[in-house]
Design a binder for this molecule. Sequence first.
Ligand code: ADP
Ligand code: MG
Length: 240
Amino acid sequence: MIFVENLNKKFGPNHVLKGVDCHIREREVVCVIGPSGSGKSTFLRCMNGLESITSGSIVINKHRLDDSKTNINLVRQEAGMVFQHFNLFPHLKVIDNVMLAPLKVAKVNRDEARAKAEMLLAKVGLAEKMEAFPGSLSGGQMQRVAIARALAMDPKIMLFDEPTSALDPEIVGEVLTVMKDLANEGMTMVVVTHEMGFAREVADRVLFMDQGLIVEEGSPDEIFSSPRNARTQGFLSKVL
Ligand code: ADP
Ligand code: MG
């Protein structure tokens, strides 16, 4: 589903991704961990075309991102993204936030978009907040709306960039539960996270990134119980 080969990304002189290789299968859940500044967000942003690629290649569900003929909007439709800060439109009701892209980008008719949005909001446990404005919601509720909004475009892949890092500890769980449900339904997911409990329980594979490279990867058990790389060991000793 995702093929990343020798991905390099520079911001001016700053060489942020230094030859990342990564293949992700359909229905696989991959968690990406690593210290701040190691390039995790840049890696995710490259995967749905939010950042241009300096060199190397990325193929998302058969779409080559380094090919100028690729329709980037189609790629973004197939790879939904959820950010640390939810980026909801504050002047739109919850239901209108979820309906916006289907109406404007996918040109779905209004009734269909509304039915889908209602179904997705029920799925993330927010049926009763449909008519509310984002400002009246808790952070956990806003993040669940953001997930519903991403799902409204029927993505084949969901990319999560630290979706719970901005949340109070007591509401992290409600967002992780929604993500766990998605994983169980077979969504292909790449999740940058500091939630090691989630990674251990839900990930099929864990990637440890440091200084622009995937330094080590393995099953959650391999990475958390017997990391081989000294940098992985050092990182985990600080966060576990
Ligand atoms: P992480 O998500 O692992 O904390 P990032 O991918 O956000 O790491 O950042 C990796 C490096 O890339 C950092 O040195 C950061 O300053 C730099 N960087 C990220 N985004 C940009 C940008 N838009 N412009 C310039 N430098 C950036
Ligand atoms: Mg980041």
